[in-house]
Design a protein around this ligand. Structure first.
Ligand code: SAH
Length: 242
């Protein structure tokens, strides 16, 4: 695996709810890494670029229909005032985006950071995508009420890959998706719990046999639960072997 560079990974967020950050990223490994300045974040309140007494950022949709849309001119003013002058990707969270995969997470963690636009209401005026190069990312086929939880999910997935954040590099390479397979099952003490036994091979101390067993289990669970991943995995293994 390519080494992730030693530097502070920086996230900037354009949001109507800056107080939602760092949210749960204040805790556990991500929280410790934040204190150690392995990553930082900065929020920009979209409201401050709003119009009129109420600082409105949204308007009714052309063509009619329910809900409100964030205006392109407001978003543009916010982006012009807050976009850093570097080459970090601009990300907009949207159910219409590419569904986030572990390989995207790894690529984003290898970069200098992110600039995230968190949507609300029905979303944003589509013309913004004509003016700016924006990557649209979805965190799954369901609808959230805003982009903030999606930003936190993406940040969490990236932060744990930053150097020194997780204890063991090996566990990072072995987990689900890293080889295109779901992970093998885990067991810990006691070896007999209420009559339920741990698979005997795991107590054998035979590392090669254990690795083979785990590989088999990973293949089995992937085949059964995720035929889509399994098909890809088989295709890739055939390519490698030919
Ligand atoms: N009308 C939109 C949904 C708007 S939900 C549609 O049907 O596509 C409000 C905001 O929540 C969106 O602008 C987006 O920023 C965020 N959001 C909702 N679901 C999301 C998902 N699955 N992934 C990422 N962001 C999402």
């Amino acid at each position: 695996m390519k080494e992730i560079r030693e530097m502070c990974w920086q996230v900037e967020l354009l949001t109507l709810f800056p107080e939602m950050f760092p949210g749960f990223l204040e805790y556990s490994l991500a929280g410790k890494a934040l204190k150690e300045e392995k990553w930082t974040f900065k929020t920009h309140n979209l409201r401050q670029f709003g119009r009129g007494k109420h600082k409105a950022v949204d308007d009714t949709p052309f063509g009619g229909g329910a809900g409100m849309v964030i205006r392109a001119d407001i978003l543009d003013a916010a982006l012009r005032a807050t976009l850093p002058h570097d080459d970090r990707p601009i990300i907009y969270f949207s159910p219409r985006g590419r569904v986030l995969q572990q390989k995207d997470v790894l690529q984003l963690a290898l970069g200098i950071g992110l600039y995230c636009i968190c949507g609300r209401y029905e979303g944003i005026d589509d013309r913004i995508f004509q003016k700016y190069e924006i990557e649209e990312i979805s965190i799954g086929d369901y609808i959230l009420s805003g982009g903030e939880p999606a930003a936190l999910v993406l940040m969490d997935a990236c932060i744990r890959l930053l150097p020194g954040v997780m204890g063991s590099e090996i566990s990072r390479d072995e987990e689900s998706f890293s080889e295109g397979l779901l992970e093998y099952p885990h067991y810990t003490k006691p070896s007999n719990w209420q009559g339920y036994e741990v698979p005997e091979i795991l107590l054998s101390g035979h590392h090669v046999a254990i690795a083979a067993w785990r590989q088999k289990q990973a293949e089995r669970v992937t085949m059964k639960r995720r035929p889509d991943l399994w098909e890809n995995y088989q295709r890739n293994s055939n390519l490698k072997n030919n």
